[in-house]
Design a protein around this ligand. Structure first.
Ligand code: 5GP
Ligand code: MG
Length: 187
């Protein structure tokens, strides 16, 4: 059955996402061009894979790109508040500027845990670039490191969203837009 049939509404279209990703890339380029070491982009797998891929292709600086995995959701829609790191960095971030690239910040648990983890590896600054932020659901305050900055694509209403990398039970990541599923799919 066609995936589109599962989607109740689209929140951001492919064009809107692409436009915003270009804007974020320009902000990052402006902030990091004067630095003498280009940042390491670290995507939080799996949700950030499309955002990371689109973002880094717009950054004309000698950056490195890596992934890290933090699991807190299992197959459900509510964070269990205690993320594990089953897949760690390959790139050495000691003394580097790191930009953590996330699909969405929800409770803040995942980022807080990842920031501590990357800080312990000696990164000289840690920034966060998230496509979506759901401030209504924040439980954990996370602190950026050094001169790290916070880049955010869109503020997300309090829905469980899918698409453009984000899943429900590992499906829907391949939708090119971001939307909400029909209620019967979640139940
Ligand atoms: P946090 O630890 O901030 O609660 O959760 C962050 C992670 O939970 C995100 O990286 C994302 O993978 C997942 N998440 C949070 N909200 C949503 C949502 O609305 N849709 C999907 N698909 N994943 C979400
Ligand atoms: Mg994520």
């Amino acid at each position: 059955m066609d995936l589109e049939y599962h989607v109740e509404k689209i929140l951001w279209t492919e064009q809107q996402i692409s436009h915003r990703v270009s804007e974020l890339a320009s902000e990052i380029i402006q902030d990091f061009t004067p630095q003498n070491n280009a940042p390491a982009f670290v995507g939080v797998a799996t949700g950030a894979f499309l955002f990371l891929a689109d973002l880094v292709r717009k950054i004309q600086l000698p950056i490195s790109v890596d992934f890290i995995r933090a699991d807190s959701y299992g197959l459900g829609t509510v964070s269990n508040g205690n993320p594990r790191i089953p897949f760690d960095l390959k790139v050495d971030v000691q003394g580097k500027h790191v930009i953590l690239v996330e699909d969405i910040v929800d409770t803040g648990n995942t980022l807080s845990c990842l920031i501590d983890h990357i800080k312990s590896k000696g990164a000289s600054s840690i920034s966060v670039c998230t496509l979506l932020d759901k401030p209504a659901r924040r439980k954990v305050h996370f602190e950026l490191v050094g001169k790290g900055k916070y880049y955010c694509g869109f503020e997300c209403p309090d829905y469980f969203v899918v698409g453009y990398g984000m899943d429900f039970a590992e499906l829907y990541r391949n939708l090119p837009y971001i939307g909400v599923l029909k209620p019967e799919i979640y139940s």
